[in-house]
Design a protein around this ligand. Structure first.
Ligand code: NAD
Length: 272
């Protein structure tokens, strides 16, 4: 549990896909900063309720609620924002985190696998960002809670930069997020909206459990990480809560890599 700092007091944060993994850690970290939290889930209602209960039990100033929504469906995303605004009054921070992998070599990849990953990882983040921007513009500035009109954080990946054979749908979705994030910044920074991405490296969650749960998988993973440490969801939670706070006010339109140096291409350490 992160030490309470209350950097997000009186602000409401939607974190998509936050019933587990990185999203859960972001929800906990933002809850510990005093924010109201929307724990979004697609199918794991019980797990989402546990996350919300835990945040509420810590008796900080905010409140956590759960909302079901499939981020790839526009009507679901609209409804999630409507419910949030009805309950909390507005939205200040949107962390578009939900994502998945469906891996196939490209020449064997079914169109459905391509479409599903793009629909959730890229279109889902577009839909959330669109609703968030509309709410920020509707609500107007609240200088008493933040110097920014609103904050959007896209959960990207080192694969917005590192190509990934066998995972082209995933890499394409994250590469697309880079341009989505930068285009949002270009258009809405003049309105005092901040839009950034976090690019995790290898973080221990369900998405890559098949790799880190075996000794061989862990060893292979560590070869890619100069810092020689697999990340944990809390490594992302602490960066996300700081990135949503005014402490990072002048950061806009950029990706923060949280990867133990993975994007320094350790394979080239000894001349490649
Ligand atoms: P995870 O599988 O634990 O969490 C992903 C969450 O997204 C799950 O709760 C899942 O239910 C939810 N989700 C999937 N489809 C959804 C949909 N249509 N609507 C709503 N929710 C949906 O994995 P994670 O590692 O916590 O992944 C979170 C994000 O971090 C993803 O965007 C992922 O690409 C990114 N990421 C993870 C790593 C890593 O090493 N774990 C590395 C880079 C990027």
């Amino acid at each position: 549990m992160q030490k309470p700092n209350k950097r997000l007091e009186n602000q409401t944060c939607i974190i998509t896909g936050s019933s587990g993994g990185i999203g859960k850690a972001v929800a906990q970290a933002m809850g510990a900063e005093g924010a109201n939290i929307v724990v979004n889930y697609r199918s794991s209602k019980e797990a989402a309720e546990e996350v919300a209960d835990e945040i509420n039990k810590n008796k900080l100033c905010g409140e956590a609620i759960v909302i079901k929504c499939d981020v790839s469906k526009e009507e679901d995303v609209k409804s999630m924002f409507k419910k949030t605004i009805n309950h909390f009054g507005t939205v200040d921070v949107c962390v578009a985190n939900a994502g998945l992998q469906i891996d196939h070599p490209l020449h064997e990849m079914p169109l459905e696998a391509w479409k599903k990953v793009i629909d959730v990882n890229l279109t889902g983040q577009f839909l959330c960002a669109k609703e968030a921007i509309n709410e920020f513009l509707r609500r107007g500035m609240r200088k008493d809670v933040s110097n920014s009109l609103g904050k959007i954080i896209h959960m990207s990946s080192v694969h917005e930069e590192i190509p990934w054979a066998g995972h082209a749908n995933y890499a394409a979705s994250k590469g697309g997020l880079l341009m989505l994030m930068e285009s949002i910044c270009q258009a809405y920074a003049p309105h005092k909206i901040r839009c950034n991405s976090i690019a995790p490296g290898a973080i221990k969650t369900d998405i890559n459990k098949d790799v880190w749960s075996t000794k061989e998988g862990r060893e292979n993973m560590l070869k890619l990480i100069p810092y020689k440490q697999i990340g944990v969801p809390e490594d992302i939670g602490s960066v996300a809560s700081w990135l949503a706070s005014d402490e990072s006010e002048y950061i806009n339109g950029t990706t923060i890599f949280v990867d133990g140096g993975m994007t320094c291409y350790p394979g080239f350490t000894t001349n490649g």
